[in-house]
Structures are given as C-alpha cells and as structure tokens.
Design a protein around this ligand. Structure first.
Ligand SMILES: [Cu+2]
Length: 300
C-alpha cells in the first residue's frame, strides 16, 4: 500500500513539473478599457494604442509599417555583461508613420516594449506600451509624431533595462543617440573587472559617448524669442516678458524636438487645463459661500 502511495506521489510530482512550462499564447482577444488600453487576464497588455488620430503637425499618414520584435534572454548573448535584450536595438521610421508592433516574448517571464517621450495630449503619460507575461505575442499600433526625434524603448520591469533590454527608435533623422544601447552606443558606466571601487574620475566620458544633456538653445518658445524686439513697454508686455524669461528654460526643454503643430497643441492643452483649474476653484468658492449662507439661515 505504501509503495502505491509513493508511486502516486511521484507521478503527481512528475506531471506537475511537466505542465509548469507555459505554452506560447497569442493575445488576440483582449478587452478594450478605453483610451487605447487593452488587456486580458493572461498578462497581455497594450497601452497608448492609436490607430487613427493624427498627431499635431501630421497632415496625413506618411506610411503604414509593421515590425516584429522579439524579447528574451537569448538575444543578450552577443552583448557581454547583459542578461536580457530585444532582437533589434535600433529602429528608423518616417515621421507620421502608422506603426504596428508585433511583440513576441520568448522567455518564461514578463517583458515589455515601452516607448517614451510621445506627446502627452495624444498618448497617456507620453507612452506606448506592449506587455506579455511568459511566452506569447501581443500586437499594438501607434502613429508616430512629426519631427526628428529619438525615442527611448525599453522594458520597465526592475533591472531589465539596466541588464540590456534597451533600444532607440529614431523618427526622421532622430535627435541624439541614447547611452548604453547594447551594440549601438557606449555605456555610461564602462565595464570594469579590476575589483577596485568605482571612481568617476578614472572614467572620463569617451568622445563617442552620446551626451544626454538637454540642448537649451534649440527651439526656444516664440514668446522668449521675441524678447529682443523693441516693444511698447506696457505693463502687460513687461509681465509677459518676465513670464517668458522665467519659463524659457522650462519651455525649451518641454518643446524640444516638437514641431510647431505639436507646440501649439501642447500650449492649448496647458491653457485648457489652467482654465479648468480656475473654474474648479471658482466653483469651490461659490459652494463655500453658499454653505456659509445656508448655515447662517439655519441659525435663524
Ligand atoms: Cu523585461
């Protein structure tokens, strides 16, 4: 009897290890949650999907492109010191391209293909995001903005980017190269196997290493650009000039790499948010005033 129980336990154990490997899953039946967010119960996700809204500054869809991207441990083998990688580290597309990405995860863990720096008026949090848990495939579509800009693509799972899952997507001519793209650009922290503690002075930045410092001189806001013009100094223009001077560094950073259309759309978005906040504040004041009045009346 004991022998039979032991065999049964052994068989159970063997069958459990046999089914533990997840089968490849094509995530084609996801639920749409609105605003381009699709998801299913098996770890498939798309965020920031946009198949038809043209970004500001795009007159039409310039091209329809499709790519298949693989993510997995095996793609990191050609990059010493890394653990994870995409099968490709650099992508180039024309501005205003409608891009469909088929993302395939070859590992038994969770991976993402996450693109950053997109205009926030069109893409929530400025992101386009594909995600698959375990071996499987998910597909999503976005429309790339106009202008020359380099976008960061990475896997945001803790340490996956630092361990190699990082790429760049250049729209048009791109803006700059991002650092630490395996096989493409130099590391911010070069590999060192000496065993000595890291001292920054011992690693002067290599000439080939791209700079990620924001270029403050480019695309300064029109308000700031007009400050040199002789103007009639009314009170309002002085206030406007002061605001422009204070906000110029912030705006140049914010608008870097954007087209005129995108800048206008972003400014309009900011203004509408400001008006919304003002209305909310007024509504609160009116409510406060009315509440005081009703308390006063009820005292009678
Ligand atoms: Cu990952």
């Amino acid at each position: 009897m004991d022998k039979k129980v032991a065999i049964a336990v052994l068989l159970c154990g063997l069958s459990v290890t046999h089914v533990s490997a997840k089968e490849f899953q094509d995530h084609t039946n996801m639920m749409a949650h609105g605003e381009g967010h699709l998801m299913d119960m098996d770890g498939g996700m798309v965020m920031g999907q946009n198949t038809d809204t043209l970004p500001g500054g795009c007159e039409k869809i310039a091209a329809n492109k499709e790519i298949t991207v693989h993510a997995g441990h095996k793609y990191s083998e050609k990059f010493p010191g890394t653990m994870f990688a995409f099968d490709q580290q650099e992508y180039h597309f024309e501005p205003c391209t409608r891009l469909t990405v088929h993302f395939i995860n070859d590992d038994e863990i969770r991976h993402q293909w996450m693109m950053h720096g997109l205009p926030k008026y069109l893409y929530p949090k400025g992101m386009f995001h594909l995600e698959v848990s375990g071996p499987g495939k998910v597909s999503g579509t976005l429309i790339l903005p106009p202008g020359d800009k380099t976008y960061l693509v990475h896997c945001d799972i803790a340490q996956h980017m630092e361990k190699g899952m990082k790429a760049q997507l250049k729209v048009g001519k791109g803006s700059e190269d991002l650092p630490s793209i395996p096989g493409v650009t130099g590391n911010v922290f070069p590999d060192d196997y000496s065993g000595k503690p890291y001292v920054p002075e011992h690693f002067p930045p290599a000439a080939s290493m791209p700079s990620i410092a924001p270029a403050a001189d480019k695309t300064v806001a029109p308000a700031a650009a007009s400050k040199g013009e002789p103007a009639i100094f009314s009170g309002l223009s002085v206030i406007g000039l002061a605001i422009a001077l204070v906000s110029a560094p912030f705006l140049s950073k914010k608008f870097k790499g954007m087209s005129a259309g995108e800048i206008i759309a972003t400014v309009l978005e900011t203004v509408s948010h400001g008006i919304g906040a003002l209305i909310a504040l007024l509504a609160r004041l009116i409510k406060l005033f009315n509440n005081n009045k009703s308390i006063h009346l009820s005292d009678k």
